[in-house]
Write a protein that binds this ligand. Sequence first.
Ligand code: B1M
Length: 207
Amino acid sequence: MADLRAIADALKTGRAPKVKAMVQEALDEGVPAHQILNEGLILGMGEIGVLFKNNEVYVPEVLIAARAMYAGLDLLKPVLAASGAKPAGVIAIGTVQGDLHDIGKNLVAMMLEGAGFEIVDLGTDVPPEKFVEAAENGAQIIAMSALLTTTMPAMKTTIDLLKSKGLPTKVMVGGAPVTQAYADEIGATAYSSDAASAVDVAKELVS
Ligand code: B1M
């Protein structure tokens, strides 16, 4: 019988082929896709997020776990899409204009996807207009990452542009040089210091 706890454990240890095989087995046994997602993949990803937050695992382990999550998610996505299951919300994420750092942004995106959000990944060096376009296309949250003190101001430019268009979109910001004080100063809706907290923040923003 399908053991969803074992899927979460295999994901946490980054065993992508095992996760894939167990997810397929659970689907074959008729376990609903949303249950496999919530009680297997999201549970495991959430637990690795807590370990990461507490410095009990580091970036490589999270990336390997994320790869295992995608192995399972790839099998579930078509089934979930066919059953019309709604994502927790749509988030457009990117690294701001002039900034090419994407490791942290990718981690945040993976954790958010693992928590059930639909992610529109705009990539790196994203101009303000592209974030605005994503908001106009229905993203409820714009998530911006910056790693350079010289590119942080692009967050404010983007927020100002969103406001000038009258868009109600919420804005999350983060990245090594970004602080809560800076987020408040530029008028962001929320700040988070790491990928696991970003999930908590995003959940609050859509609740
Ligand atoms: Co660059 N770099 N880099 N770099 N680089 C830093 C950021 C730097 C601190 C190194 C240093 O001098 N000590 C420094 C910035 C100094 C400053 O502005 N204060 C720096 C510099 C100067 C530069 C260049 C200008 C160097 C040069 O060319 N002279 C250049 C700029 C290029 C550009 O972007 N235009 C540059 C280039 C590069 C590489 C291309 C070589 C490479 C990037 C590869 C890539 O991303 N694909 C690189 C790297 C790897 C780094 C360091 C070493 C590591 C960054 C990283 O990936 N950390 C970095 C030094 C450091 O941070 N120790 C450095 C791991 C990652 C998981 O953490 O991104 O912080 P982080 O993400 C965290 C949180 O911040 C948070 O969650 C993540 C997980 O917990 N978070 C969010 C991130 N985004 C978030 C968004 C959220 C919420 C949380 O909500 C939306």
